[in-house]
Write a protein that binds this ligand. Structure first.
Ligand code: ADP
Ligand code: MG
Length: 641
């Protein structure tokens, strides 16, 4: 067979091929035009659409305009005012830079470009019909630029067949408009479709813009992020939303911008997911509007013609920065919201919450519990509940406690838990239990702890606690699971998870695949707190397990952990899914429902919750506690009506 001869493609064909990538649909043409207006420093932009953009896309801006002599170049391919040298390519701060937006659009539409610069007497116009360029002529015009794109893809059936209905194309255009309008609240925008006004956005603050675009709900229940790393770069700002606090949690508001460029990037999406991990139920979607500001030399925006992707020079660091910032914001804000605290109250309590930063775990109660030889003033809980009575019942030592009695406290301004003591109905409870209700650690003589004091256990599943202004119900397994997970994370962050040597090592029979997995990831298992050795290809021996674990069902636990490791089966993946693996370990070690806890044990759990990051959600994103305020209860009983 004789090969076909090689020839140069015509300019028109080159443009059409580029158009396939750059302007695949009306929304992508609109994106190019809006980006040009933003780059031209316009602070007023009008968009008029007809028939989903297929009839017409018209963008009117009051930007710097195009010089008369550059009108022709503007619609030429690879012609741009935004880039001069190769060096500039690594410092891009404009949205456009490839010089192919207008050329591509003009090759597939009936295109008119009008522009007038500040000190020019007149504006100028150039037409281009499906790639056929006309003459430049003067035109009367305000300062700025008007681009008209008519009959997009009219003569190009090959492209047209990929388009959807006008309604769908319009929806895509509207989304592009929203994406850009959201990042530039300092610019006023207007959108009409078939003559109907859709958006009229004045210059406004970001929150007002969010509110106009996505309803009021988004201006009330946000968690703000303002994270700065190393002086001023990178920094992350914006808002995250927890579905638990939203009316319409099915809505998908997921906007991420890098240097104000809307991007959909796998690294970013994964980092956000990790930021939310553990506080989001699997059925819920994370929601966010986030802006990453980063030195342009640290990113490559020239990854794809549509410029929707970026490449980070240090993607690991950026990933960690984003997920850490989100975790921090969620942890602080969920605590604030759950306890209904103002900013000031939160700051004064932050030492107790220990959520302001993710550094060392500084829980005064807990650390004295493990370090002090005289542990009489603390009630702490451990996984090993079998001998709990011996270890946790400190009520015999009265020195460190304050006894509340009806004589000692005034009824009017005392917390409910103290008042309960005055209640004759309670007088017949046993002495010991009575002690437990009214006996509080010395530290709380002045203020009631946020989760109050335990009064009972309900069906061996829930802890009932009396708080300052109502009744708290805690799912004890879920809460304990979170406490253990956060502790494991703390330990792993500092080096490895603390181990306990087993007196009698345990021999476990496994499948060959899991034994091989155990062998492959021995080092990782060690970091997670397990020391294991292989006996043969179906048996391993476990010498150490994490310190926090009970020894009840190590076989099942190890089986689950190995199964997870096998599932991820690469060091990177294991690192990425570390939290899931730790969560498995935590789940095995947390107190099970159906276990009796003593009042001091329950109180210890409550205190630890107050000191644990994200304690309001279990590791699967379910809430760990609820509160019924006295007001709510009074209402239920129609009191005072
Ligand atoms: P790019 O934006 O990548 O430079 P375009 O083809 O989109 O490429 O635009 C080519 C050039 O036309 C731009 O570099 C800019 O100088 C000019 N231009 C396009 N649109 C506008 C506008 N709305 N206002 C001012 N100048 C514009
Ligand atoms: Mg452009």
């Amino acid at each position: 067979m004789i090969p076909a001869r090689i020839h140069k493609l015509s300019e028109q064909l080159i443009n059409r091929i580029a158009a396939g990538e750059v302007v695949a649909r009306p929304a992508s043409a609109l994106k190019e035009l809006l980006e040009n207006s933003i780059d031209a420093k316009a602070d007023k932009i009008l968009v008029e659409l007809v028939d989903g953009g297929l009839g017409q896309i018209k963008v009117i801006d009051n930007g710097i305009g195009i010089h008369q002599d550059d009108m022709l170049l503007a619609i030429d391919r690879h012609a741009t005012s935004k880039l001069i040298s190769e060096q500039d390519l690594y410092h891009i701060l404009t949205l456009g830079f490839r010089g192919e937006g207008l050329a591509s659009i003009a090759s597939v539409s009936d295109f008119i470009l009008n522009s007038r610069i500040r000190n020019s007497q007149s504006g100028y116009q150039i037409e281009c019909q499906f790639g056929m360029i006309g003459d430049i002529s003067p035109v009367s015009l305000n300062y700025g630029t008007i681009v008209e794109v008519n009959r997009l893809y009219h003569h190009i059936p090959a492209r047209k067949k990929f388009l959807k209905s006008n309604t769908t194309e319009y929806t895509h255009c509207k989304t592009i408009f929203e994406n850009i309008a959201l990042a530039y609240p300092e610019v006023s925008f207007e959108l009409t479709h078939n003559g109907k006004n859709i958006y009229q956005l004045p210059k406004q603050a970001l929150l007002s813009r969010i509110c106009t675009l996505f309803t009021e709900d988004y201006t009330h229940n946000y968690f703000e992020i303002l994270e700065v790393e190393n002086h001023d770069e990178p920094n992350l700002s914006g808002y995250v939303y927890h579905p638990a606090y939203h009316n319409d949690y099915k809505k998908k508001v997921q906007h991420f911008y890098v240097n104000k460029r809307y991007v959909r990037d796998k690294i970013v999406q994964n980092a956000v997911r990790q930021g939310f991990s553990g506080v989001l139920h699997s059925e819920h979607q994370s929601q966010y509007i986030l802006f990453l500001q980063i030195n342009p030399s640290q990113i490559d925006v020239n990854v794809h013609p549509t410029k929707n992707e970026v490449r980070f020079s240090d993607s690991r660091a950026i990933h960690a920065f984003i997920s850490r910032s989100i975790q921090k914001a969620l942890s602080i804000n969920i605590t604030k919201k759950h306890f209904n605290l103002t900013n000031d109250e939160f700051i004064s309590n932050s030492a107790a919450f220990n959520t302001l930063n993710n550094t060392t775990f500084l829980d005064p109660i807990y650390s004295s519990a493990i370090h002090s030889t005289d542990n009489s003033n603390i009630n702490t809980i451990d996984c090993d509940n079998n001998n709990s009575n011996k270890r946790y019942d400190h009520s015999h030592n009265k020195n460190d406690k304050i006894q509340y009695s009806s004589n000692a406290v005034h009824k009017e301004n005392t917390p409910y838990y103290a008042r309960a003591h005055n209640n004759e109905l309670l007088s017949d409870i046993t002495d010991e239990a009575h002690n437990n209700i009214i006996t509080a650690p010395a530290t709380s003589a002045l203020s009631m702890p946020l989760l109050g004091y335990a009064i009972a256990q309900l069906h061996y599943t829930y802890i009932l606690a009396q708080a300052q202004d109502g009744l708290i119900i805690v799912d004890m397994h879920a809460a304990h699971e979170r406490i253990i997970l956060e502790e494991l994370k703390q330990q792993l962050a500092s080096t490895v998870i603390m181990q306990q040597q087993l007196l009698i090592p345990i021999v476990i029979n496994l499948t060959e695949i899991l034994v091989e997995t155990a062998n492959n990831y021995k080092e990782e298992l060690f970091q997670f707190g397990f020391e294991i050795d292989l006996i043969d290809n179906q048996t391993i021996i476990v010498r150490s397990i994490p310190n926090l674990l009970n020894t009840d069902n190590i076989e099942k636990l190890l089986f689950d952990v190995l199964d997870e490791l096998y599932k991820y089966n690469s060091i990177d993946k294991i690192c990425e899914h570390q939290e899931e693996i730790l969560s498995k370990i935590a789940c095995h070690s947390a107190v099970r429902a159906n276990k009796t806890l003593t009042i001091p044990e329950m109180n210890a759990l409550l205190r630890k919750m107050e000191h644990t990051n994200r304690a309001s959600y279990c590791n699967h994103g379910r809430p760990t506690w609820f509160k019924f305020t006295m007001n709510e209860l009074d209402n239920k009983f129609l009191r005072g009506r």
